[in-house]
Write a protein that binds this ligand. Structure first.
Ligand code: ATP
Ligand code: MG
Length: 421
């Protein structure tokens, strides 16, 4: 049986990688505008890092990780996300000793044992940022603005920002208790998953896909009505900054994270036509995470964008510009001696930064002209036996069909003045 790529993984052939490269270039440009530097961490880490950094009750950790024992008997996991690794690197390199705001971005593959479908894969790519060292709500608004600027510059306007605050370790336990009290006599109205969530991670009941709406109608207490003064003020400020720069948002009290180290701002940016895979960007503040992973208490916030989903969205909206193919000089050569000359010229042109090709399939003159057309050559240089003897070549401009004789030792100079790139 033929060997195929593992389920949930994809190959990207050169035409598709060209689209990725366009997107990556745009992302890098925005990151540099906002002062973010790229961080690259390993594709696998000690499993322990993700248990602490993502949380042992989350779906990612309980159901989706690719965990294996290495030959030394250590438990390793292919990274399902990048925040935990960035935090580990931040600590390992003692960056907390430098009291500034640290801004990182990453782009790369993540691995989750998800159920593959459009926009959901087992190896997928995230672009994300982490801004570590400041509690200022301007930071929250800044990274949201960054995601928005990226989307807008890509031409995407139909995105909706959902915003919530999940409070802090001061106000959340009080709210959690209110939730438990509220559901105490209503447990039979909840799905099995929600009953389990109430045990382990009560806040998560609100983002139940089945019963979430119903709960709102039942009058479930909302975290945003139960924030302490500091959290209220923080949430208010984030909204004020977003409003000041014209970013619309929808308050969504059902957007929760539920783990203790998540604090204040939680947000998602959605593109509705992607259905169950509509979340293009998810992010939030995690002022307790760094301490959880073993460092000094340090605030932080980040987001992650699923790049496959972003590309799907761009495609669906017809926003992927056609990838421009570079046009070569095609050197047509007849006979062995001419071929050697063509090979030499090809090299000289390339070393001058000009794209050049020759025939590598032993084709006839006619066949070589066909190859030149297929590659959309802007010039062909024709070296037959007669030309070679005379020390010159025919240079044809493929668009205008003009043809001139140029001495062989003048071809490179001719192309340098005439050819575009
Ligand atoms: P979902 O609810 O869609 O599973 P999530 O909450 O697991 O998303 P996050 O952990 O917040 O996602 O990851 C951030 C982003 O990464 C998502 O918004 C999405 O765009 C992308 N993403 C997550 N899982 C996958 C996957 N299996 N395949 C492709 N993209 C993904
Ligand atoms: Mg998921």
């Amino acid at each position: 049986m033929a060997i195929t790529a593992p389920r949930g993984t994809q190959d990207f052939l050169p035409e598709q990688t060209a689209e990725w490269q366009l997107l990556e270039a745009k992302i890098r440009q925005i990151c540099s505008l906002y002062g973010f530097g790229e961080i690259r961490t390993p594709m696998f880490e000690s499993t322990e890092l993700f248990l602490r950094g993502i949380g042992e009750t989350t779906d990612v950790v309980t159901k989706e990780m690719y965990t294996f024992e290495d030959r030394g008997g250590r438990s390793m996991t292919l990274r399902p996300e990048n925040t935990a690794s960035v935090v580990r690197a931040f600590l390992e390199h003692k960056l907390y000793g430098d009291p500034q705001v640290h801004k990182f971005y990453y782009m790369g593959p993540m691995f989750r044992h998800d159920r593959p479908q459009a926009g959901r894969y087992r190896q997928f790519t995230q672009f994300g940022v982490e801004e570590i060292g400041s509690k200022d709500p301007a930071v929250d608004a800044e990274i949201i603005a960054m995601a928005f600027q990226l989307f807008r510059e890509l031409g995407l306007n139909d995105l909706v920002l959902h915003l919530n605050s999940v409070g802090c370790p001061k106000c959340r336990p009080v709210y959690r208790q209110k939730l438990l009290d509220f559901f105490a006599d209503k447990r039979d109205q909840l799905c099995d998953d929600c009953n389990e969530r109430l045990e382990k991670n009560p806040l998560r009941v609100l983002d139940c896909k089945e019963d979430g709406e119903k709960m709102m109608q039942m009058g479930v207490p909302l975290i945003t009505d139960n924030l302490c003064d500091d959290c209220k003020e923080h949430f208010h400020k984030v909204q004020e900054y977003l409003t000041a720069i014209g970013i619309p948002f929808t308050l969504d009290p059902r957007l929760v994270r539920g783990l203790d180290y998540y604090t204040n701002t939680a947000f998602e940016i959605m593109y509705a036509p992607l259905g169950a895979q509509s979340t293009v960007c998810g992010g939030g503040r995690y002022d307790g995470l760094i301490e959880e992973v073993g460092g000094p208490s340090t605030p932080g916030i980040g987001f992650a964008i699923g790049m496959e989903r972003l590309l799907l969205t761009l495609k669906e909206q017809g926003l992927l510009p056609p990838v421009e193919k570079k046009q070569p000089v095609f050197i047509v050569a007849l006979g062995d001696a001419a071929k050697t000359k063509a090979f030499e010229l090809q090299q000289q042109l390339r070393e001058k930064g000009l794209y050049a090709e020759i025939d590598l399939l032993g084709r006839s003159m006619k066949g070589q002209m066909k190859s030149a057309n297929k590659l959309h050559a802007d010039y062909t240089v024709i070296i037959g036996e007669d030309e070679l003897a005379a020390g010159e070549a025919q240079v044809r401009n493929m668009a205008s069909k003009e043809q001139v004789s140029v001495p062989l030792d003048g071809i490179v100079a001719y192309m340098e003045t005439h050819k575009k790139g």
